[in-house]
Design a protein around this ligand. Structure first.
Ligand code: SF4
Length: 361
């Protein structure tokens, strides 16, 4: 990638109006040591430094509050679902493959902060063993390639991974989880080799879906639309997974505008995720469940059918739990995708108070 990526507080200070005193700078440098900062110049240019509450700044520039919260390192129990290093198998039909720990821009709300940008311990290092496992598990219908951000890998490496998966007969489709359309769209629009390969693969081998993460309407720029158009031209389909984030998109009208705009440019609104109780994340970004339900319900009332195809979900250890509505102080939930298939579709309700941000089951 030729794009400039800012990784230090010094660089931030020299490229933007960002400024902090010596003490705060020391604290931020400690935070970056544990959870690295990276921001593409492209994404940086979308920020409004005159706005102290700029949502894009909040999502990507470290805050000293990251050091002050409690929380979990692995709230969705990913380690317990790991079968081979870099391969998780939680849901019977889906294999999750972690192929890199690198991202073009690190999100401060990332739920994989435990290793993203810092450790390779959970990244695939034996593709033969992984392909062998998938071959042996004929119940697997799809592979989700994730990380980190797989599209930060060299194009030839991406091609190699996809080529290896293409020979597994029972895989019906492949998903690639990436924020590249949001933070570095030129990576897609300027790499014809990559987009043509994805197109050939989608037409002739396995359908490819991109799972991306637009969280705010400001991110939907002409450059982002150009990258999306390139993918759609190649019959690569695109799902969006918004994370509900305090101070970023915890507003019904804004959330509705985001989902509507995504639909207009050809992206399928797939999920709105409740922010997970990650250490250094939950104290900054989590929206209480009742408030989240109010925001999502009001956003739905503003939207046409295609724009509200998303489900509002929590990615729990047991699986994906959809928040379906409220009756009095009770929130109603439905198991949408589960580790234990006997729970699938089960509806239940829990009394939650105005401060609860996660469900204890
Ligand atoms: S792009 Fe994804 S993996 Fe990377 S920091 Fe953001 S949320 Fe985490």
């Amino acid at each position: 990638m030729s794009e400039k990526i800012l990784r230090t507080i010094d660089e931030l200070e020299s490229y933007t109006d960002f400024s902090v005193d010596r003490n705060e700078k020391d604290e931020l440098e400690d935070i970056i040591f544990d959870h690295p900062m990276a921001v593409t110049e492209y994404y940086l240019n979308l920020m409004d430094w005159d706005d102290p509450d700029d949502p894009l700044v909040k999502m990507t520039i470290p805050s000293i509050d990251e050091d002050r919260g409690t929380g979990l390192l692995d709230p969705s129990g990913e380690k317990s679902n790991t079968k081979i290093r870099g391969l998780q198998h939680k849901y019977s039909q889906t294999a999750l493959l972690l192929v890199t720990n690198n991202c073009a821009t690190y999100c401060r709300h990332c739920f994989r902060k435990r290793f993203v940008g810092i450790s390779f311990n959970e990244i695939a290092d034996n593709m033969d063993a992984i392909i062998g496992y998938i071959n042996d598990h004929t119940e697997i219908t799809n592979v989700l390639i994730s990380g980190g951000d797989p599209l930060t890998l060299p194009t030839d490496k991406i091609i190699d991974i996809l080529d290896r998966l293409s020979v597994v007969k029972h895989i019906q489709f492949i998903r690639i989880g990436t924020k590249i359309p949001v933070v570095l769209p030129s990576r897609i629009s300027e790499d014809a080799k990559l987009t043509q390969f994805l197109g050939d693969y989608s037409r002739n081998k396995k359908q490819i879906y991109i799972n991306t993460q637009f969280n705010h309407p400001t991110e939907i720029t002409p450059n982002a639309v150009k990258a999306i158009d390139k993918l759609l031209d190649e019959r690569v389909l695109i799902n969006n997974q918004t994370v509900l984030l305090k101070g970023v998109n915890d507003n019904a009208a804004l959330m509705a505008k985001l989902q509507q705009t995504l639909t207009r440019i050809g992206i399928i609104p797939y999920y709105i995720f409740q922010c997970r109780p990650v250490k250094g994340v939950k104290n900054i970004f989590q929206v209480p469940l009742l408030k989240g339900n109010r925001i999502v319900s009001s956003a739905r009332r503003m939207l046409d059918g295609p724009s509200k195809r998303f489900r509002f979900v929590m990615s729990h250890k047991e699986g994906k739990i959809e928040i379906i509505g409220r009756e009095g102080n009770n929130l109603q939930f439905r198991y949408h995708q589960t580790k234990d298939s006997s729970l699938e579709g089960k509806i239940f309700s829990r009394e939650v108070d105005e401060k609860s941000c996660w469900l204890t089951i």
